[in-house]
Design a protein around this ligand. Structure first.
Ligand SMILES: Cc1ncc(COP(=O)(O)O)c(C=O)c1O
Length: 342
């Protein structure tokens, strides 16, 4: 890995200038700590505008905290969370959900997406005190495989979950990318289709470092304010976190950044999808491209371009684009891929 621009992660990008300006503008005088400040009040209002009047947002430092606090809030210790085997919650959070005492029940999927038919078989031994009780279905939008649920697909899961006494959580680390991809407002993929709680992602979308748990239903709370403090996620100088959220959500910055990242992934996929020696493995619907290459080709490319091997056994790699990916880098990378597979 090098520090040159590459395709390893949308978190390799820096902070968007407008977000930095918002942080700088917040750096005037004194403000009450722990969220009782005008920046946080305005950010909360932005969340209500985007997600509806019942939405309550709780800024936290990172996405793992947003996910773990979300599922803790939605469950009791004897209840379980159903997620895809590829879920960040399952494979990239170092067992933090389990450390919080919540069992994950994982499901294999072809494309990172859960469906009612895939989760239904896990609904067994309901009422049996010897078995963990499924309580939450957790989906990622967009998924860890760069695919995007449609509103109808999310609504089908929410309807199924609610009719079986379960709740729907969304890891929206890249919700902006999904919404931009479908040309829809944020609430069309969340509040309007039955999502109960959301981990809202901002960091990959150009923030310096802030995410939020967003409770979308007025009747869900279970002490989240207290849980956030116990989890060491309550920022004292919250104004700087809220200023970032406000910067993304007050105008169309969230959308501009996501749309650009998506367009760069599309550009890369279009440039290499016809090459013999490159097999795109997932629909390119957000800001990720997954492809299978000869490992020798991967090794050669990685000398110049940072990106990750996703699956050693198949040779599948992941190319991520971000809000700051430039077309010239995409084209130069595509040219190098073309030369390497020749
Ligand atoms: C799908 C998904 N969820 C959540 C996160 C957030 O994780 P972190 O705790 O690193 O902010 C990530 C980051 O890579 C992610 O890809």
């Amino acid at each position: 890995m090098t520090d040159r621009p590459g395709f390893a992660s949308d978190n390799h990008a820096g902070v968007h200038r407008e977000v930095l300006q918002a942080i700088s503008a917040a750096n005037e005088g004194h403000a009450t700590s722990y969220g009782d400040d005008p920046w946080t009040a305005r950010a909360m209002q932005r969340f209500r505008e985007h997600f509806g009047p019942a939405a309550r947002a709780f800024p936290v430092f990172n996405g793992t905290a947003a996910n773990v606090l979300s599922i803790e809030t939605l469950t009791q210790p004897w209840q379980a969370v159903i997620c895809a085997r590829t879920a960040h919650l399952h494979v990239d959070e170092c067992g933090a959900p389990e450390r919080a005492g919540r069992k994950l029940l994982v499901v294999d999927t072809p494309d990172g997406k859960l469906t009612p038919a895939l989760v239904e078989p896990l609904l067994v031994r309901i009422g049996d005190e010897h078995a963990v009780q499924p309580r939450v279905v957790s989906i990622a939008e967009s998924t860890e495989l760069g695919t995007v649920y449609t509103p109808a697909q999310i609504e089908a899961l929410a309807t199924w979950a609610h009719s079986h006494g379960l709740l729907l959580h969304m890891d929206g680390s890249r919700l902006a990318n999904a919404a931009a991809s479908l040309g829809l407002p944020l609430r069309a993929l969340t509040t309007d289709v039955g999502v109960d709680a959301l981990s809202f992602g901002a960091t990959k979308n150009g923030a310096l470092g802030v995410e939020a748990v967003v409770l979308l239903r007025a009747d869900i709370d279970d002490g989240l304010r207290f849980r956030r403090k116990q989890a060491m996620q309550l920022a004292s100088k919250m104004r700087y976190m809220s200023a970032q959220l406000e910067a993304l959500l007050e105008g169309d910055l969230w959308h501009r950044n996501a749309e650009h990242a998506n367009a760069m992934a599309r550009r890369l996929a279009d440039a290499v999808s016809n090459l013999a020696g490159v097999r795109i493995t997932q629909a390119v619907e957000a800001n990720a491209v997954f492809a299978i290459l000869d490992p020798a080709v991967t090794e050669r490319l990685q000398q110049d371009w940072p990106f990750y091997v996703w699956d050693d056994s198949s040779g599948e790699v992941r190319w991520m684009t971000g809000w700051d990916t430039v077309p010239e880098d995409v084209d130069a990378f595509a040219a190098d891929i073309r030369a390497a597979v020749r």
